[in-house]
Every structure is written in structure tokens, then in C-alpha cells.
Write a protein of this length. Sequence first.
Length: 675
Amino acid sequence: MSEKENGSGAHYAVHWQDEDNINPPAEFIGQANMTDPGVFDRFSLDKFPECFKEFADLLDWDQYWHTTLDTSDAPCWNWFVGGKLNASYNCVDRHLAKYKNKTAIHFVPEPEDEPVVHMTYQELYQRVNETAAVLRDFCGLKAGDRVTLHLPMTPELPITMLACARLGIIHSQVFAGFSGQACGERIWDSESRVLITIDGYYRNGKLLDHKSIGDVAVEVALKEGQEVDKVLVWQRYPGKYASASPMVEGRDYFVNDLLKQYVRVRVDPVPMPAEGILFLMYTSGSTGRPKGVQHSIGGYLAYVAWMSKVIQDIHPEDVYWCMADIGWITGHSFIVYGPLAIAASSVIYEGLPTYPDAGRVWRIAEELDVNIFHTSPTLIRGLRKAGPDEPAKYNYKFKHMTTVGEPIEPEVWKWYYKVVGKGKAAIVDTWWQTETGGFLCSTIPALSPMKAGSAGPGVPGIHPIILDNDGNEIPAGAGKAGNICIKNPWPGLMQTIWKDRDRYVATYFERYCKDPNSKDWRDWPYMAGDAAVMAADGYVRILGRIDDVINVAGHRLGTKEIESAALTVEEVAEAAVIAAKDEIKGVVPDLYVSLKPGYEASQELAAKISGAVSTVVGKIARPRQVFIVPDMPKTRSGKIMRRILASISNRADVGDVTSLSNPEIVEQIRKQVQD
Ligand code: WT7
């Protein structure tokens, strides 16, 4: 599908005004980790790739590496070759000497009458070791095996991740909000024979039954041909089972029971090759099944550690709260691996940000003395809508704030800056992706001014370029949008798509690679799949995805996945999903369907279709509205014109429709939707 048909935002750019620069507060600069303007020089392209030694040197290596970058398998890059290390050791053990008694994780349960858990590095060390013993000695898992995790936001999630990493086991954490179907497909694709879940967790005041979703996942995986032989079940309240779903004899085990055999057991961290696999993270692509984005141990960990230190400005004495879900890459990189690698105290909040009221987030910030806050535009919009004056009522002080995941409107940015940050915080708008491991564009908080709505220039070591469809560079300040690419590889970039190298090459490199046989990294610019404009000062403004992926609340959803889900309903003939603008979530899916002959539209049917999307993809994909239309607007070649449907949903001009095969349908749909 062409960019135009998909309604990609290239043409908006020209009308956008550049916002003013705002300088970081002096108090922030005074304490910042990175105040040396020479950093950009150290990471200029002529120092590539050796400059990344600075990243690797933030880690402890069991065996130091000999080759910074090996390009012989281009574009599957190998970083820090010859090196051996362990991610769990780097995030836990090595901090014991200095920070044994310091909090590693502040766990805030959703119910306000439950106490906050302040877990020290010592305690984290103990729990990771004992959990690793269960994985190794009870489950028989070893380095290179895959394990699927379907865990919500409780400390058991990072503990399980770190226990896997300790043994070189590859974890694949599936967002807890995803359905059994989605989880099962990911179990199958990753070929996991162990699923780790929990009985229940709190969300919006309710203790949800989570274990039952795992049962569905195991069934789905089995149908696809992947047998799960063990389901490990954590308990929200140890010893008290919170799920209605029966434990299957010989398959399901309570982790808390198993742990009793491993009290005080210590499991040596396994020295792993730098280019070993740390985890898989499934993300939606433009077509078909989700992609298992494969991240390395050495390159990834070095990358997120450096970014946590320099861009997040985390010091061990800070209280850092990234309010994202660990089930997404933001949580992997910036709740767990990056912060813990640099001995941070990281906050994990279990529940809904507005539970029980719009002041909850700011109360947590006040109670825990959070001074670094990190979240997404969707949550910022939601908090602004729920309680625009709430932050002023609480006595907290942020030195640093992050926005991530989608473009932020300058209006919303200004509320974040003035009201949430009380005008005292440095803000970074970090642009990156599941595939990139860590940040690509952002300001360095103490060195560069902030600009509302712009992500900033490439971070040190990242050299962005905007290309037009023919591969020509669009110069900074041209006021024209194009495809944002990164000229060079970097250590945080995924290694490949799990079991699908061809798809990796095709999705991210094919379009702009001039010589597919080249082993020179210069021939392989990374295409992110976003449309962007670069201002004269090099600051990048991201406009959105160029492929047909909808970014809802900072999470990518494949339109194809949603449409296929709708088509599982017997009555549905065609389905088209479009991105409808939404005040809170940025965009939400609107679903248009037409029916097979002989069926009639009804509210019940619309609800059934909506329900199918929730079941197959997950609640997050539930359409805002399902419109059952008499027919889809189509080109003469039969392609559904999603752009027209999007204009109708967004009450924009539908443009010239005379070339359609059925132009008359447009007005009919418009009336149905808008009147
Ligand atoms: C897509 C990646 C980044 C981790 C969370 C989402 C969009 C991300 C920004 C930003 C504008 C952004 C892009 C990107 N995006 N950050 N600061 N400004 N857009 O990870 O699910 O892999 O989604 O999110 O479109 O391609 P993801």
C-alpha cells in the first residue's frame, strides 16, 4: 500500500510551526551525569564503531571482547565479539558490594491499603538465585532454551527475567493484557515448553483471574503443534490461590511451593557470549504474524545501560519511575535492564494510573520521593483529562521527565512541563522502537534545549538521515517529511527476527540497500518505518508509521491482525481498520466491516465482532466503533480505500472519489457514521 493511500502524514509537516527552545534548569545541569559537549565529537561517524567501547565499559565482562563490530553477516551485526558476560550478574550481583542494602525495586500494589514493598539488591539477589534454581533444577532448562512469560506488573516479572538471564535462557514476555490466543501463538513461534504466569493481579480495583488465560494459551500453542509441559504459577498472595482455574496435575506448579526446595540455593551466573540472545519481544508488523524481535546480551545491555545513565540521568541515589508495562520494550529496557545495570532504584506500579482517583500517580511520586518520571503521551493525556490540577496538590519534585512511544502534541507537552514538572524538570522526548533496543533520537538533558513536540537529534552514536522515496537525502530544514533511517548500526539494534532473517532484511533494509551482497555497514541504512521531518537545528519530529500499523496508546497493533480477527466472525465479509484520532489515546482503531450476503446488521453483531477482536488480539485492540457498512469504498482493482474511511471517521475531507469503482458508497457511509 502506498504511503498516500494509508494516509501517512508527510504533508502535515510543512504546516507545523517550530516551537521555542526551552533550556534545562541550572539545578539539573549541576548534578547531571553528562555535561560534556565533547560527547558528540567522541561519537562522530568517523569514530564508528570503536566509540561504542564507552558503552561496553559500563559492564563487567567475564571475558573481554576483541572485536567491536563484526559485519561479515551483514545486516546481522555482531557486537563486542569474543566477549563473555552475564546480564543477571551485571544487574544484580555486581551491585552487592556497594548497594546491598539499597532498594532495587519499589513495588507499589494497586490497592492503597497494601504496603509498598522496598526490595533491596540483597533480596533481589536471593530471589533471582532461588528462582533460577527452579528453572534449572526443576524445569531442566538451560542456555538457549526459550521460556514464555505472561506476567503482569509485580516484582515476580523482573525476578523471572533475571533468573532466565542468569542461565542464558531466552525469555519471551508477553504483555499480560494480551489474550490466550495471542500468548499461545507466541509460545508456538518461540517454541517454549515452559509458560510462567501468575494466578491474578489487580487492575482497576479488581483482582483479575490471570491463570485461566494461560490455560487457553497452552491449548492454542498445542493446536499449532507446540506442547507446553510445565506451567509455573506465581501467586499474588503466596499460599492463597487467586484463580478459579484448576491446577492441572503434572503440568501446573505453584512457584512458591517449588521454591521451598531451593531456599538459600545459589546459582552461578553462566558466562554467555556477547552475541547470545537475551530475549524475544514480539511486535506487530504490517502483515501477518507478529515478529519475534531478537535482542543480544552484550550489545543490548551496554546500550540500555549507557542510555539510562546519560539520557535518563539515573544516579544510584535517585528514585526512578518508568510508568510503562514491562511487557513492552520500554519496560524491558527502562524499568528492568537499563536501570538495574546501573544500580538504580526502580519503581514498579501494579495497576491503573487513575485508580482509585486522578491523584494516585502524584501520591506515589510524593510518598516515594520519585525524582525521575518516565511515561507515554497517552498516559499524560489521560492524567491531564482525569485531573488537570491534581499534580499541584502533591509535594513531589521531578528533576527529569521522559515522554516516549508516540508523537506528543505541543499542547500536551506544555502541560507535562508546566503542571507535572512544575517548570523544574528537564524533559526528554525519546524516539525509538522495539527493534532498536534503546533510544535513537533524544536531547541530552543537560546539554541541549528542549522543544515541545520534537524528539531531538540522534543520541550520541546514532546518525539519522531522512530519505525520500528515491533514496535521496532530504536536508535538515527543508520542511519536507520522508523516511527516517539510521546511517550506522549500533549495539542495541535487534540481531534479527527470530527464525526469519529474510523478513528482517526485507522489513528494515531492503528498500535503501544498494548492494545486498555488501559487507560494508555504510550500504545498510536502517529504515525505521516512520515518517519524520528534520528541522534546521537537526531536531527530528516524528509524524507516525508509514506502514499500516496503528499505534494505539503507544503500542503498535497490526491492522492485519485486527482485520483477521474480525474475519473470524462468520457473518463478516470484509474488514478494514483505520486510525481514528482520539483525544486521550492519540489514535484508536475504528473498524469497518461489510457482511456476507444474507446477513443483517445489528448491534449484537457489532458487539460480537468487537468481542472477537478482544479475544483474538487483546483488549487493547478493541475498536472504538464497529461500523457495519453496505460495501467498502474500493479502487477499480478492488483495493479497499482505507484512507477514505479514515477521513470519514476523522471528519476530514474525503477528497476526490470519482475514480473509485463505487463512488456512491462514500456518501452513504459518511451519513451513517457522521449523522
Ligand atoms: C513506534 C515504535 C519506543 C518504545 C515504545 C514503543 C512511535 C516511539 C516516539 C516518540 C514519536 C514515537 C514510532 C515508532 N514512537 N517513540 N518519542 N515520538 N513517535 O515501541 O511499539 O516498537 O513502537 O512508536 O512510530 O516507530 P514500539
